[in-house]
Design a protein around this ligand. Structure first.
Ligand SMILES: Cc1cc2nc3c(=O)[nH]c(=O)nc-3n(C[C@H](O)[C@H](O)[C@H](O)COP(=O)(O)OP(=O)(O)OC[C@H]3O[C@@H](n4cnc5c(N)ncnc54)[C@H](O)[C@@H]3O)c2cc1C
Length: 468
């Protein structure tokens, strides 16, 4: 076997990188090096909400939830209309549940209550205690215990390739050699040129676009894997959330009591839809909508109180809407960002919407509220008529970027494929740096951390098994 400095090099210390490192270590490789470009461990994973999807898990079992990898696969493929690579998704679904349990074995703590992420039949989204930071802290602590090296401030800029095989990485003139390299360097939302090329749906929201993830998401791997002709897949994919552009505060869901209309003054979906679906709704509306509400939001005594969000996320109880609360609304009316009018006709004119159609839309919505039914099957617990003037409205766009999903194409074992769909010897990948796992529809909540943990674990195992 060739002379090496370490057994395996992992690029990136987010959930995918740390999962790969632990998995390789557990499978027998004791010289594992994680190279991290930033001065802190964890990437976007650290900043995340810490929701991880998987089925079946011991946490589901303890909560009396009957679920299976087959049900997850069915939901995943149906939601994505089979426009993802079924073999790779099959592997993902088979291993996502065990990966959640394994995170638990590595010290990650999950709340007992699971949540629904999207439209799944049973809850399969696991909420980590202390969110993404809790996950990273546990994996980091375990890495120290196992003497897995994490080198900070090492921004890999080149792969070392000999005879078509990846045998190491370099930072400038410093080279380090290994039996294999696992790329887990995250997405590219910090790189505007790559956003324009690979995620035009987000780039097109213009100066509203706001990325909530880590600084290291510069897409370096897209550049440094060109030398081995790595194949990219998943063009145009990623996750965007609706955003009013008042301030840069993350709000994953629009309050359910709101009404959304498009430029034609028509509704187009249930306002409380999961974010994976809302992203698609917004693409179909040309990425612009208008959020409509009435004075009950500012003066609750004027009308009935209904729910704001579908569910409470364990560990985040009691949080209200950061964008759509009385203080923010008054402030944004003052700035002219929210329009206010005593009549629906006046509001339509302020927003530049077709007046008669908009008024008809609201009348129909209000009639539905009175009857307890909704054209888009919005849950009754959100239904409240827009009937207490003054009325309010603001433009919203799917401009909050959570992550990107154009990336390296991998096979079901985490091997990176070249342009001819052949595995590139010595090169593996996992997490947000890969493409093709997350489809046009983000499944549930926790699809991305789960992708990272699952394929990180698979890649680490594949590397170790191939060396024995
Ligand atoms: C605020 C927020 C909330 C989210 N909530 C959730 C959630 O609850 N559930 C969910 O599933 N998803 C969530 N996501 C998405 C999810 O967190 C990410 O998609 C996921 O963490 C990506 O994991 P990763 O390991 O692939 O990449 P990252 O965690 O981003 O790690 C990649 C690492 O590689 C490093 N790196 C980059 N380039 C180089 C280089 N050249 N050399 C060395 N190192 C490099 C980066 O600095 C970074 O540390 C959220 C995202 C954000 C931003």
């Amino acid at each position: 076997m060739a002379d090496v400095d370490v057994d395996v090099i992992v690029i990136g210390s987010g959930i995918a990188g740390l999962a790969a490192a632990h998995s390789a270590w557990e499978a027998g490789l004791k010289r594992v090096l994680v190279a991290e470009s930033e001065g802190v461990v964890g990437g976007s994973s650290r900043l995340s909400g810490g929701i991880v999807m998987g089925a079946p898990t011991r946490y589901q079992k303890a909560a009396g939830i009957d679920d299976s990898a087959d049900m997850l696969f069915h939901d995943y493929m149906s939601l994505n209309q089979w426009m993802v690579e079924a073999g790779v998704i099959r592997r993902y679904c088979d291993e996502a549940g065990p990966a959640v349990d394994w995170l638990g074995d590595l010290g990650v703590q999950f709340h007992e209550d699971l949540i629904y992420g999207g439209g799944e039949i049973v809850p399969r989204c696991h909420c980590a205690v202390n969110g993404g930071q809790g996950i990273i802290d546990s994996l980091h602590a375990k890495a120290r215990e196992r003497e897995i090296d994490i080198a900070l401030g090492q921004r890999i800029d080149r792969l070392i390739v000999e005879g078509g095989r990846v045998v190491g990485v370099a930072v400038g003139d410093d080279e380090i050699r290994a039996h294999a390299v696992i790329v887990a360097s995250g997405g590219f939302a910090k790189n505007m040129a790559l956003m324009e090329e690979f995620f035009p749906g987000a780039y097109g929201t213009g100066d509203w676009m706001w990325y909530i993830g880590a600084d290291g998401s510069r897409g370096d791997a897209i550049e440094f894997t060109k030398s081995v002709n790595a194949q990219l897949t998943g063009h145009g994919r990623g996750l965007r959330l609706l955003h009013p552009n008042f301030v840069t505060t993350l709000e994953a869901f629009v309050p359910g009591w709101m009404v959304l209309v498009n430029r034609d003054g028509r509704r187009f979906g249930a306002e409380n839809a999961p974010y994976g679906l809302m992203d698609g709704f917004m693409t179909a509306q040309g990425n612009v909508a208008f959020a409509i509400f009435d004075d009950v939001v500012l003066n609750p005594e004027k009308g009935p109180q209904v729910e704001t969000y579908k569910q409470t996320i364990p560990g985040r109880e009691g949080r209200g809407s950061p964008n759509w609360n009385p203080i923010m609304v008054e402030e944004q009316v003052g700035r002219g960002r929210i329009k206010r009018s005593e009549t629906l006709e006046g509001l339509a004119r302020e927003l530049g919407l077709p007046v008669e159609r908009f008024v008809a839309t609201i009348k129909r919505y209000n009639a539905g509220c009175a009857a307890g039914v909704d054209d888009y099957d919005k849950d009754k617990k959100f239904l409240r008529p827009i009937s207490h003037p003054p009325y309010y409205g603001a433009e919203v766009r799917p401009a909050t970027v959570c992550f990107t999903q154009t990336g390296l194409r991998i096979d079901r074992d985490g091997r990176v494929l070249n342009d001819f769909s052949e595995p590139i010897p010595g090169l593996f990948a996992a997490g947000e740096v890969t493409g093709g796992i997350i489809g046009d529809r983000y499944v549930g909540s926790g699809n991305s951390l789960s992708n990272g943990a699952t394929f990180g674990r698979i890649a680490g195992r594949t590397v170790a098994n191939n060396l024995q």
